[in-house]
Design a protein around this ligand. Structure first.
Ligand code: UT7
Length: 331
């Protein structure tokens, strides 16, 4: 767990100064899925809230999508890419074992200077983990400006004949630029994992895992078990984020949750006594984009004017590991 007290930061905060996102052009609707597996728009909508998801083209990868999202974030504030001092990519669908997606992103952006660049693997909670790590670099005074991206090409790790999984996921990338400031920014991060639940949601690596017969190369999920744990865990973590802060539930302007399932999001909002009007929802349009879902939702909420400077935001995510976390941030 990480929970820095605001008074511990020597007056130095990590602020989100820009966001950008990218979604592939191709859209797969529930009606399209009805033609691929034994499912229905009614089942998917009722159980998940998902209507559509974006699917990467053959020449798109986590790194190419991350590069577009990052460029958009840089352009929005006219920031010189050479001011970036750290690149972190949260992804469970990297282009390669190595180099990291962050190194590929550095190359694609044309960032010439030497800097730390690495990937974070925490599945759907990856973006929260990456933000938290970045916050440590900035609050410690090690660096001033960083790029954190959540990018996923989930469509490549899904068995498209498995209706329990294939209806849930989508592709995309969301980027945030973070900078040191004496004005309030990230207030707290809480990170957790419990590896004993590894078998509830996993994707083996056929190259490096122990050799077994019939090893699948696709995502496996015991959906209902993950669902129950997600509801209970996220309910507890959003309460913890508030209890350990100087704020009350009513102070939160926007919940920006990981977008796995509308029912899970509703349960977290209920714990916070927040109406859905104060939750940034993208799950219907994007599906579950894993580590990309929070930065995609954040960029949408900022771009359409709902999220305003000074708003108090709560991010929360839960996924494979099991790993989960939250970030409380003043935008
Ligand atoms: O972001 C990472 C973390 N992941 C999550 O948070 C996902 C968590 N889990 C979920 O969101 C939900 O568990 C699902 C949406 C995956 C499934 O919803 P559920 O209400 O838990 O359904 P279930 O797994 O209990 O399945 C109910 C029935 C089953 O049929 P029987 O056994 O009752 O006859 C399934 O075979 O629904 C069936 N089913 C489907 N039917 C139509 C499963 N998938 C489908 C489908 N279309 N796509």
């Amino acid at each position: 767990m990480l929970s820095p007290s605001p008074s511990d930061n020597n007056g130095r905060y990590t602020r989100i100064i820009s966001t950008g996102s990218y979604l592939p052009e191709k859209v797969l609707t529930n009606a399209d899925l009805e033609r691929m597996v034994s499912t229905s728009d009614a089942w998917i909508t009722e159980r998940t809230g998902i209507k559509r998801r974006h699917i990467a083209a053959d020449d798109e990868t986590s790194a190419t999508m991350a590069a577009v999202a990052a460029r958009r974030a840089l352009e929005k504030i006219n920031l010189d890419k050479n001011e970036i001092e750290l690149i972190i990519c949260a992804t469970c669908t990297p282009d390669s074992f190595f180099p990291s997606t962050a190194c590929l992103l550095q190359q694609k952006l044309g960032v010439q200077q030497k800097l730390p660049a690495f990937d974070v693997s925490a599945a759907c909670a990856g973006f929260i983990y990456a933000l938290s790590i970045c916050d440590q670099f900035i609050r410690s005074g090690t660096i001033k400006t960083a790029l954190v991206v959540g990018c996923e090409v989930m469509s490549r790790i899904i068995d498209w004949s498995d209706r329990k999984v294939c209806v849930l996921f989508g592709d995309g990338a969301g980027a945030v630029i973070l900078q040191a400031s004496d004005e309030c920014g990230i207030i707290s991060n809480h990170l957790y994992a419990q590896g004993q639940y590894k078998d509830l949601l996993y994707l083996n690596n056929s190259h490096t895992a122990a050799k077994k017969n019939n090893q699948s190369e696709y995502v496996h999920m015991q959906g209902h078990e993950v669902f129950k744990m997600a509801v209970n865990t996220l309910g507890a973590i959003v309460e913890e984020a508030i209890e350990k802060s100087d704020y009350e539930k009513k102070d939160i302007d926007w919940l920006v949750p990981h977008q796995a399932n509308l029912r899970i999001i509703k349960a977290a909002a209920k714990k916070l006594n927040m109406p859905l009007e104060r939750v940034i929802l993208t799950v219907a349009e994007h599906g579950n984009t894993s580590a990309a879902s929070i930065p995609l939702a954040l960029d949408q909420g900022i771009s359409d004017g709902r999220i305003q400077p000074g708003n108090l935001l709560l991010f929360e995510a839960f996924g494979g590991g099991l790993a989960w976390g939250s970030t409380l941030v003043r935008y």
